[in-house]
Design a protein around this ligand. Sequence first.
Ligand code: NAX
Length: 358
Amino acid sequence: MSRVVGTHTCRPAAHREAIIVVRPVVRPAEPIKVVVTGAAGQIAYSLLYQIASGAVFGPDQPVYLHLLDIAPMMGVLEGVVMELADCALPLLTGVLPTANPEEAFKDVAAAFLVGAMPRKEGMERKDLLAANVRIFKEQGQALDKVARKDVKILVVGNPANTNALICSKYAPSIPKENFTAMTRLDQNRAQSQLAAKLGVPVKDVKNVIIWGNHSSTQFPDASNAAVKIGGVEKPVTAAVNDDEYLKSTFVTTVQKRGAAVIAARKMSSALSAAKAASDHMRDWFLGTTDRWASMGVISDGSYGTPRDVVFSFPVTISGGKWKIVEGLTITDFARQMLDATGKELLEEKQDALDVCKD
Ligand code: NAX
């Protein structure tokens, strides 16, 4: 359908005729329901604004926010709801704060699963995994029951990859491809490190890959990355021209960046984590352009990785579907790194399955 929105007669008098300007009628999009868990926490505090302002689903897509946190945090959450109202955001059509997962996940099209138990002093990695895996089992069951079957789920809460796997296992009616884990913060960190090293704007570096687990075994890999210098695109490896740096300092800086932020800020990354979550979901909904994105996705065994763990791969996305980038060369060094992070994911998976048996 179209409608005439105006006429004008700007040609010389001799040729004067009405030019009819016809524009299609653009109906306002229906709001989509989007849930954020851990909504009273620090990542959500930055993330909610980005979602509600249009940075994730586009400037024409209204959103209805569902905010899930635990019962003791409902007072804090009330303050977050007040602040969202005070932002007077045109795309935000409503907010539902709740401590009930089934209410929170009802009919959602996108889920940011941020909420998790933080690591407390003296807590072993295994204890943290046990506590959080139980949360993601319960949330998987609730998603299975009440969410849209095409819901796109991003797990941020740690251990993100294994939480995503467990969540998927307990939501069998939702395709496995719809459960992803966040390694975009690691990708953004890696891209930023390379841009600084080469003295170029961050946008001029692309296709850095994060392989494997969002943990200290992740493999930040610059071997397929490209950089634009003086308008010409060239491999990052050639531009850096320092193999040792790319295999050691670059890798460990990215792996340990989260700890460095904690040491400086006395709190974990939140602003950058929220930005990365936005980037991940925006690319998933709206598509990647000329560059790859790294996402934890269910492994099909590509590149000799273990199947059926949530492993971070480079992907391209179109029409809301991700696809692992194929045909990359895996060097001996990369092989070792991929095997180490794959082994850790298999161990985490086994630990998580043991917890779920209880
Ligand atoms: P905060 O402790 O500030 O917030 C977490 C929120 O989750 C709290 O409000 C808490 O009440 C809530 N919560 C706990 N259990 C819940 C449940 N069962 N249902 C709903 N809400 C629940 O942590 P924040 O800094 O926001 O970090 C959140 C998670 O992100 C942590 O697990 C953290 O380790 C993880 N991160 C993951 C990153 C990634 O790249 N994948 C990077 C940043 C971050 O470290």
